[in-house]
Design a protein around this ligand. Structure first.
Ligand code: FES
Length: 316
């Protein structure tokens, strides 16, 4: 995997929004434009302690003058959002990676059904901008607990015509909708794009069972939680290096690769960003990421979280 460009970008503006969300705009301190991004892309924000956090870009991909992210404060989280809420000020210069996209739109298909819940609106909003720019029809269904905690409502209203968006608030009975009835029938060649909490997306996937797999696109920002899973040791073989390595139950394949001098890109290390993905050619992986599509899982593996039974041959 190519190393990513890391730029020191200036915090051009900070805006507080509903639902404990901060909307941050980054610009290059010297140049008028930034590396381009496609709808659904994210950037890595580098924290002062060296850790990185991924945030979806919610601005218009046609506007290369700025990157905009919206970050929900998670006090019990891993520290990234707390730093962004407590420590980030206008004028600060922050290392930010060039955008990467694991939530790519199907450009061959005209019609889009966009479904977002809460802060999951961020990549979906960039998709709405893109569909506007390419004059393709779409509808957004935006779900939130309440209007009072739903982020980016102003941006949605400024971007999407009132007939193209439907709001569903848990505390407003007349706005609620049954996912099954919404997804019962697929209109023409519609592609579905969904981002939100894991449980919400599981509900959408279940309701869209009749849709072909290649029409469903999900973006997860929470790791897989499966308390019943007990990691077992397995082996990885790297034919290009003549190595066979044992992955003990208490280590990840990524750790073992690094311990053996194999440099691997990584970022989230919880299976949500896709930075560490590599190919495999033989074996039985146990996929534990939330980023690879069913198709990609046939050939790719996420070594920071996924495991295998027996021996897995990695293409490195
Ligand atoms: S480092 Fe993010 S998926 Fe592995």
């Amino acid at each position: 995997m190519q190393p990513r460009l890391i730029m020191k970008l200036e915090v051009a503006s900070v805006r507080e929004d509903r639902g404990n969300v901060r909307v941050i705009t980054f610009r290059h301190p010297l140049r008028p434009s930034l590396p381009p991004f496609t709808a659904g892309a994210h950037v890595d924000v580098h924290l002062p302690d060296g850790r990185r956090r991924q945030y979806s870009l919610c601005g218009d991909p046609a506007d290369a003058s700025a990157y905009r992210i919206a970050v929900k404060l998670e006090r019990g989280g891993r520290g990234g959002s707390a730093w962004i809420h407590d420590g980030l000020v206008v004028g600060a210069k922050i290392p930010v990676s060039a955008p990467r996209n694991h939530f790519v739109m199907d450009e061959a298909t005209p019609r889009g059904l966009l479904i977002a819940a809460g802060i999951g609106i961020t990549p979906i909003l960039s998709m709405a901008h893109h569909l506007n720019g390419t004059k393709r029809p779409y509808v957004l269904h935006y779900f939130a607990r309440s209007r009072s905690v739903a982020p980016l409502l102003e941006e949605i209203a400024a971007t999407i015509g009132p007939r193209q968006v439907q709001y569903h608030f848990s505390d407003e009975a007349d706005t609620q909708i049954d996912l099954r009835s919404l997804l019962d029938e697929r209109e023409g060649d519609t592609q579905l794009y969904c981002c939100g909490p894991r449980r919400f997306m599981e509900g959408v996937r279940e309701a869209a069972q009749a849709w072909p797999e290649n029409t469903l696109h999900f973006e997860a920002f929470q790791p897989l939680v499966d308390e019943g899973f007990t990691p077992q040791p397995f082996e990885i073989e790297i034919p290009s290096k003549g190595l066979t390595l044992r992955v003990p139950a208490d280590k990840s394949a990524l750790d073992v690769l690094r311990d053996n001098g194999i440099l691997m890109a990584s970022s989230c290390e919880i299976g949500t960003c896709g930075s560490c993905q590599c190919g495999y050619s033989k074996g039985e992986p146990i996929h534990r990421d939330v980023v690879l599509s069913p198709q990609a899982r046939k050939t790719h593996f996420i070594p920071c979280v996924s495991r295998a039974t027996g021996t897995l041959l990695l293409d490195l």
